[in-house]
Design a protein. Structure first.
Length: 232
């Protein structure tokens, strides 16, 4: 198992997992944000759910047009509402994100993989059920490890590195888990890391995590790239 699979196995209370396994995961955090937030609340009612399990693990970030309905729902269920993005919230609360499994409904949460989190996007209906039961069902995807080595030179930054990786892989990573590592991380500042992390969202991965030290276990494929091949 690799860093991704080990953490999911732990949260599913299983000794091990392999690609293709269907498991029930109890995430460290549930984050409801974006345009489908109100749909989660509607699904919660439609499914006949009454109370939220583990409300301390749940965070809502409301859209302006939905704030009253969301605040009413969250107040009644004991759920915290935040007015900033999730990474900023965790920094403010001094909560480390490394290895944290975060379930969300907004594709944008995949970028949290750049902070060492393992973000997994689920449907609004699955999120509604997860609010009530504390867990969601998923299949373990195959994992690709992408290792980028070398030092960045010239005007190359995180945004260019992200674009370069997208050009290389196009849509070939859709549905896969991706672990991104290598010595290039020694060259990245916070802004570079934020820009690079958009690769997980834009490439259509099932989940992605930055792990400079490597996959820490078995993966289905390994791709090594030299940063010197990136054109300025």
């Amino acid at each position: 198992m690799n860093i991704f699979e080990k953490r999911l196995a732990e949260l599913a209370n299983l000794p091990s997992v392999i690609p293709g396994d269907q498991i029930n995961v109890t995430p460290d955090c549930l984050f409801v944000s974006g345009q489908n937030s109100l749909n989660v609340i509607k699904a919660f009612t439609r499914l006949g759910c009454k109370n939220a399990k583990n409300p301390a693990r749940i965070l809502f970030s409301p859209e302006d047009a939905e704030v009253e309905d969301i605040l009413r729902f969250c107040t009644g269920k004991g759920i915290r509402v935040i007015d900033c993005d999730l990474s900023q919230y965790f920094r403010t609360e001094n909560i480390p994100m490394n290895g944290m499994v975060i379930a969300g409904i907004d594709e944008g949460i995949k970028c949290l993989g750049g902070r060492g989190a393992i973000p997994i996007v689920i449907s609004p209906d699955s999120m509604a059920a997860c609010l009530a039961t504390g867990s969601f069902s998923m299949f373990i995807p195959e994992t690709a490890y992408i290792e980028v080595n070398g030092a960045l030179s010239g005007n190359v930054n995180g945004k260019m590195l992200c674009s370069h990786l997208l050009d290389i892989f196009d849509d070939s990573l859709i549905g896969n888990a991706v672990i991104l590592g290598g010595t290039v991380f020694d060259e990245l500042n916070d802004e570079d890391l934020k820009d690079l992390s958009r690769f997980f969202q834009l490439s259509g991965t099932a989940a992605g995590i930055c792990s400079p030290g490597g996959p820490f276990g078995q993966v289905e494929s390994v791709i090594k790239i030299k940063s010197e091949t990136i054109l300025i």
